[in-house]
Design a protein around this ligand. Structure first.
Ligand SMILES: C[S@@+](CC[C@H](N)C(=O)[O-])C[C@H]1O[C@@H](n2cnc3c(N)ncnc32)[C@H](O)[C@@H]1O
Length: 209
């Protein structure tokens, strides 16, 4: 989607994607990433996700990127962290203890901005991209993180019945995007309670190494 789409969603508080608590998969399965405390997790398109809170509370460092500044302001408020804010290139960078969030366009980010990344946490980021943007998203993610391992959460449902975002991203698409550079393992699948806008849906967890 274009940036205007997301800015309008945040401005109108149409943020049904925001869970308001850490995702069930992160709590139960993130240990599989085998990270040590102090290692860095990159969270693309982070919104004001409470998964960031969970990662920090488990002792990881977080680097993220989010287009909409009000989301990042809310994120720091909910973390109880007063950020230092500086301008770097076309980004505003919000920094606190163990956390750096770039406000701006993910596609303009470089590996120099985010530094060493030990793992990627992708929840509602790949699935936020329409099919026409997915290859660019996947290539940019691989490039800026030097192909760090991924904890990837996707949805699968009948795209003919409901429009995204979130989009349905089945195994075939994940293999197409990442199969050349990653080993892809299915970890768990949960039924989405109530489905997505009335359409039966599954939430799927993948680990890509
Ligand atoms: C579906 S939401 C998911 C947010 C968060 N990951 C979560 O789980 O709550 C997608 C987010 O990506 C942000 N976004 C969309 N395109 C972006 C881009 N090109 N660069 C940075 N952020 C972007 C939107 O503003 C929105 O907050």
């Amino acid at each position: 989607m274009e940036s205007g789409f997301w800015k309008e969603k945040w401005a109108k508080s149409e943020i049904g994607f925001h869970e308001g608590k850490p995702n069930a998969f992160i709590k139960d399965e993130f240990h599989r990433m085998g990270l040590d405390k102090g290692q860095t997790v990159f969270v693309p398109l982070c919104g004001k996700s409470m998964d960031v809170f969970w990662l920090l509370s488990e002792g990881y460092k977080v680097v993220g990127v989010e287009l909409v500044e009000s989301a990042v302001v809310d994120l720091f408020k909910s973390l109880g962290i007063a950020p230092q804010v500086i301008i770097i290139d076309q980004f505003k960078k919000y920094t606190g203890e163990h956390i750096e969030i770039y406000v701006g366009d993910f596609f303009a980010l470089t590996s120099q901005h985010i530094g060493q990344v030990d793992a990627i946490y992708d929840r509602a980021a790949l699935v936020a991209m329409p099919e026409s943007m997915r290859a660019d998203y996947a290539n940019q993610l691989s490039r800026v993180t030097h192909q760090a391992s991924q904890f990837l959460i996707t949805f699968v449902y009948d795209q003919a019945q409901v429009e995204g975002p979130p989009f349905s991203v089945p195994k075939k698409m994940i293999s197409h995007l990442y199969g050349d550079t990653y080993t892809i393992k299915s970890i768990d699948i949960k039924k989405v309670p109530g489905g997505l806008r009335g359409c039966g849906a599954q939430e799927c967890l993948w680990i890509l190494r």
